[in-house]
Design a protein around this ligand. Structure first.
Ligand SMILES: *Cc1c(COP(=O)(O)O)cnc(C)c1O
Ligand code: SF4
Length: 343
């Protein structure tokens, strides 16, 4: 019998593993350099930068490419550029607004949070590809909460003791900042617990480096666990052809895609921007999930939107969009058994 051996061309549509790693290590850390790439070295904005922030600048070049040159108000730039306003102390804005320190204490395990009944959140990585200025974990003591592979048995023990948990959420930092082989080992580990039916990945990495969606990452969906990926996109300009391709690959490979955004002053605090964001996300097969009110973290007060303003904006958004395009507007309130709906 003659075997018809077909030699498939190497699939050039897939990104190679070394590509995202190069982009990750090449992230721009100097605010001056970032402004100069954007032709803003001599702008008023240049006088406002603060290169000495402890929570340093970090932004990969694929995200910079989505910014508009010469625009000091660019909504992507304002999310990543450290400015002096971050040093303003504002009443009510604290280092750990969600009281994660005591939540971590409750599970007794580094990096493990069990705030909501049926799901645990595990910090698989302690760093991100991008440092978002409004991040509620900007002051988080990651070094004290570093969980390594040898700690997974503790996680396993915790799952066995809590049969009500049916979903494991990996977060960070950014869980996609670790290698595919590490992620694969983690999936194999979680698969051993029959009570767990879903693995959820909370990540911003594909948004700032779409090349992160490698074929070995896509293979994670070869699992009995249902894979959910929650992206973090705040503005429609973050969605370019590369991110659309990444979402297409994820969707084709069985990942269920959702998005969470943060409502940010001067970035997406208007109905036009938020409508466009939802429409673009959905076209890319991503369902809008949450629109978070800002967590009151020290250094981010200049991004805050008051509740009343947020509510009226939300009403207008509901009027404008199909129901399934309207994310739930929520706030995380320390000690509550779920995210709090703002309506
Ligand atoms: C937000 C969050 C979750 C997930 O909540 P969902 O409402 O299911 O998206 C789980 N654990 C922690 C600690 C969280 O902050
Ligand atoms: S990617 Fe997420 S966790 Fe990382 S800095 Fe941005 S908001 Fe924070």
């Amino acid at each position: 019998m003659i075997q018809n051996v077909q030699i498939l061309p190497r699939n050039e549509t897939h990104w190679q593993d070394n590509e995202w790693k190069k982009l990750l290590s090449g992230a721009i850390e100097s605010p001056k350099e970032l402004l100069s790439i954007l032709d803003l070295a001599d702008s008023e904005l240049a006088k406002q930068i603060d290169p000495n922030q402890k929570f340093s600048q970090r932004v990969p070049t694929p995200f910079i490419k989505k910014m508009e040159k010469g625009n000091p108000q660019d909504p992507l730039l304002l999310q990543v550029l450290p400015i002096q306003d971050e040093n303003i102390k504002t009443d009510g804005f604290v280092a750990d607004p969600l009281d994660e320190a005591s939540a971590l204490h409750k599970t007794g395990m580094s990096g493990l949070l069990h705030k909501y009944q049926s799901r645990v959140l595990f910090m698989l990585a302690t760093h991100c590809a991008v440092n978002c200025r409004y991040c509620f974990r900007r002051e988080f003591p990651y070094q004290e909460n570093r969980a390594s592979k040898s700690d997974w048995s503790k996680l396993g023990h915790y799952l066995s003791e809590h049969p009500e948990i049916n979903e494991v959420i990996i977060s960070g930092g950014d869980p996609l900042a670790v290698n595919d082989s590490y992620l694969t080992d983690f999936v194999r580990f979680i698969e051993r617990f029959p009570q767990v039916i879903r693995l959820r990945i909370h990540t911003r990495l594909p948004v700032v480096i779409p090349q992160r969606i490698t074929s070995s990452l896509l293979n994670l969906s070869q699992s009995r666990l249902q894979m959910v990926m929650v992206l973090h996109v705040n503005h429609p300009n973050e969605i370019d052809a590369k991110l659309i391709k990444a979402c297409q690959l994820l969707s084709d490979n069985g990942f269920h895609l959702l998005n969470q955004s943060v409502l940010l002053q001067g970035i997406n605090d208007n109905v036009d921007t938020l409508s466009k964001l939802s429409e673009k996300l959905f076209s890319a097969k991503v369902t809008p999930y949450y629109l978070h009110l800002l967590d009151q973290v020290q250094g981010a007060a200049h991004f805050n939107i008051e509740h009343d303003q947020a509510k009226s904006l939300y009403k207008n958004l509901q009027r404008r969009l199909a129901g399934f395009l309207v994310p739930k507007m929520v706030q995380e309130v320390a000690g509550e058994p779920n995210k709090t709906l703002i309506i």
